[in-house]
Design a protein around this ligand. Structure first.
Ligand SMILES: [Zn+2]
Ligand SMILES: [Zn+2]
Length: 327
């Protein structure tokens, strides 16, 4: 199967007439795995096929090409291949892309997480694929995630203890995916949540597809004190809640598992909640799918994954696709 890069992030399949997560002028259509900036096509000529929620997010985020929905379980066919989506568990609407053609089967993961985020459609994969193209963002054995129950407990405790002590808790999380997952986890507390404006406009899409986000409103500087606040880290440098003197911040990211990150940030708490699978799940998933070939993308540590996959007898190589800091 002929696989080429298109742009910084995308893949183009000249023999199949399609591209994934990146526009190519020769491709009939581009399949979009999810609505994070590094996966969305920017070209207004793009004919994009993606899930319903991803299409809604792309609309909110200013996509100007033409978009067509494809549901999980349905497939797209042209003269060369059949393409279907599997739920990726990363953010709402995120899909892994499965291609069947005369030259075999291929699974492209986009960004994925198993066990899945509770604020998604879940996680499901085909039984096998000849070729696997997988992201490996957290590809070091130091990244082993805590269970959903442990993380829920940490998130609830940080919020309630801060409020009981008279502090306003602020969760630092990116605008699409992590912010809404936190809101979904915090919803049972019943305490009002205020979310940064950029994330707020994406919340409707979650509610539309049945993911409850609890009692929330858009961030308002004058009345935010005493609410649970959610904002991206970058907002703090721009004066977010700077009028609230008693506040505590929690940095929520897979990177929070790495203690050396703490020295680079001034936060009170590190909560290692990730939208990507951990190192051990990655190796397990590769073994389960038993592909003939694995291409590893989006990793700062290709040599480590290559080493572990080779040890399992899985042929592999590195394909350089750039990630967006949003992940
Ligand atoms: Zn992503
Ligand atoms: Zn990504």
């Amino acid at each position: 199967m002929n696989i080429q890069k298109t742009g910084y992030h995308g893949l183009y399949f000249p023999d199949l007439g399609i591209s994934l997560d990146g526009y190519h002028p020769e491709a009939e259509v581009v399949f979009v795995s999810h609505a994070h900036a590094d996966h969305m096509p920017r070209n207004r000529k793009a004919r994009a096929i993606t899930t319903h929620p991803t299409l809604d997010f792309m609309d909110c985020r200013g996509f100007t090409g033409s978009g067509e929905p494809l549901a999980f379980g349905e497939s797209f066919e042209n003269n060369y291949c059949r393409v279907s989506f599997y739920p990726a568990g990363h953010i709402l609407g995120s899909a892994m892309i499965y291609i069947e053609s005369d030259s075999g089967t291929l699974l492209y993961t986009g960004d994925y997480r198993t066990p899945p985020s509770p604020a998604t459609e879940g996680f499901e994969a085909p039984k096998t694929a000849d070729i696997l193209i997988t992201e490996a963002t957290f590809a070091l054995p130091i990244y082993k995630w805590k269970s959903h129950e442990e993380l829920t407990h940490e998130i609830h405790s940080f919020a309630t203890e801060s409020l009981n002590d008279g502090y306003t808790p602020i969760f630092l999380a990116y605008n699409l995916g992590k912010a809404q997952e936190l809101m979904h986890i915090l919803a049972p507390l019943g305490h009002p949540v205020m979310i940064h404006g950029a994330g707020f406009k994406l919340c409707d899409v979650y509610e539309k597809y049945g993911i409850g986000l609890g009692n929330y409103s858009v961030y308002d500087r004058d009345t935010c004190e005493g609410n649970i606040l959610i904002a991206p880290s970058s907002a703090m440098a721009n004066g977010f809640a700077s009028n609230v003197s008693k506040k505590r911040t929690a940095y929520c990211s897979g990177w929070a598992a790495n203690e050396s990150r703490r020295t680079q940030l001034t936060v009170d708490k590190m909560i290692p909640i990730s939208d990507h699978l951990d190192f051990f799940e990655l190796i397990r998933f590769c073994k389960q799918l038993s592909p003939k070939m694995v291409f590893i993308t989006h990793t700062p540590n290709p040599a480590v994954v290559e080493h572990y996959l080779s040890k399992e007898g899985i042929e592999n190589s590195f394909l350089h696709l750039e990630a967006d800091p949003e992940d």
